[in-house]
Write a protein that binds this ligand. Structure first.
Ligand SMILES: *Cc1c(COP(=O)(O)O)cnc(C)c1O
Length: 430
């Protein structure tokens, strides 16, 4: 399996090179030459396979000769060593809970797979690599946790001071070892700008090997397919599900579409968006018009120009009609998001996080007057957004067992002004 750049100016590369480079030299996203077909036999008897067997079977064709079978199986096992329950909320809507991993968000899957791949690809390299990542909350925690203790890799996370939730901050700042948190006196956009400049700085790149842990990396994008298969194993209805994914950069839903093209039965995909409605507008008007991101209460989806949508288009041969046939996209405002968290808690005692609430509302509206069933992807645990959720449900959120220890750990961060020269000086002299 080779990967080509969607800008078509760079040579094809194998999985290892695509994962190490992240982005192609022509700044395009890497895309697999073909989407593998899973056998009918495999799909028909999927319930009899373990998660680990599914993980290996699905990922092997993408990874191909870049990782030997034994190592790949081990990477898969470590990636998915937690639960992915499909929970019934209402008569026709289920929730695929993707928040049972170490940082309580679906990003754990992609981050764990990618970090282990990069550790493996760097195994014979004497020079340490430095993963530089800016986060608005969820990405940083998952990436840092994924790389924790990986040999030869240092992780430096930039996060905006006072703009992440208490749990998110603890997840970023208490790991120590090979993880350093830089607390930036500025916004997420400032953090992002500093990281971007670092990748183009000549002195810096001469001295250290910088890598990004960006969501466009194929090693983060492709393993996200796996939980769509785990959901299908638990799907007991006669008809194929309608799947509704809260979307920002569209990496998650794009992975689901890949799974479907490989053979996974899915009736229809819905991308649920907050006020950032570039894709909903595109599907209505056939005009794709990126715009600056708008801040909302589902802030992990505040994206004005979704980086993975170009991959979604490619999966449908860049044909507007083919996309529309399989994918809908709806935008929901913050008021409806809050009302949904409130009413679903009242009716079903189910606590949605703001991202899951956007998806629930969209799927509920879509299914109205239809005799169909579907599920949402619940992408993060509500405890990561306590202010918004507790205000909506008028109830304290229970802290999950696997993060209780965080509250007794000491935060360790390095405070820094939002200025690239400060970052450069710190990186050069550490
Ligand atoms: C990152 C994130 C999303 C958006 O996922 P994309 O793959 O960027 O579409 C949705 N919900 C949560 C909680 C996230 O952290």
């Amino acid at each position: 399996m080779l990967y080509y750049s969607l800008n078509h100016q760079s040579p094809k590369v194998n999985f290892a090179e695509a994962a190490v480079k992240g982005q192609a030299p022509d700044k395009g996203l890497y895309f697999p030459e073909y989407i593998p077909n899973l056998s009918k036999e495999f799909m028909n008897s999927i319930k009899s396979y373990s998660k680990e067997e599914i993980g290996f079977t699905v990922m092997k064709p993408y990874v191909a000769e870049s990782i030997d079978n034994t190592t790949l199986q081990q990477i898969v096992n470590e990636t998915i060593n937690f639960n992915f329950p499909l929970v019934k909320i209402s008569e026709n809507i289920f929730s695929l809970e993707l928040f049972h991993g170490p940082t309580l968000a679906f990003k754990d899957v992609g981050a764990r797979f990618m970090s282990r791949c990069l550790g493996y690809f760097n195994r014979n390299n004497k020079k340490e690599i430095t993963v530089l990542v800016a986060t608005s909350g969820d990405t940083g925690g998952a990436v840092a946790n994924g790389f924790l203790g990986v040999d030869g890799v240092n992780v430096v996370i930039l996060y905006p001071s006072k703009k992440v939730s208490p749990v998110q901050e603890l997840q970023l700042t208490t790991l120590n070892k090979n993880i350093t948190a830089l607390e930036i006196e500025g916004t997420f956009d400032d953090c992002q700008a500093m990281v971007k400049q670092a990748f183009t700085d000549i002195d810096l790149n001469k001295k250290i090997s910088l890598t990004s842990a960006n969501s466009i990396n194929v090693a983060r994008w492709l393993p996200q397919q796996l939980y769509y298969f785990f959901a299908y194993q638990q799907w007991a209805e006669t008809e194929a599900p309608i799947i509704c994914v809260p979307s920002g950069n569209f990496g998650n839903i794009c992975a689901g579409i890949v799974a479907h093209i490989s053979g996974l039965p899915v009736k229809h995909f819905i991308a649920a968006c907050n006020a950032n409605n570039v894709v909903p507008n595109y599907l209505q008007t056939e005009i794709y018009a990126p715009k600056p991101a708008i801040a909302t209460i589902s802030n992990a989806m505040d994206v004005g120009n979704p980086s993975n949508f170009i991959r979604v288009m490619q999966l449908f041969n860049n044909q507007y009609n083919q996309v529309k046939n399989k994918l809908s996209s709806i935008s929901i405002n913050d008021t409806d998001t809050k009302t949904t968290m409130q009413s679903i808690y009242k009716k079903y005692k189910y606590v949605l996080d703001p991202h899951g609430a956007v998806a629930y509302k969209v799927l509920e509206d879509y299914l109205k007057d239809k005799n169909e069933k579907g599920f949402i992807l619940e992408t993060a645990h509500p405890v990561k957004f306590p202010e918004t959720v507790e205000e909506a449900i008028h109830q304290k959120i229970e802290i999950p067992e696997n993060i209780k220890h965080l509250f007794s750990l000491k935060k360790k961060s390095i405070s820094m002004q939002a200025n690239f020269e400060n970052l450069k000086e710190w990186l050069m002299n550490r």
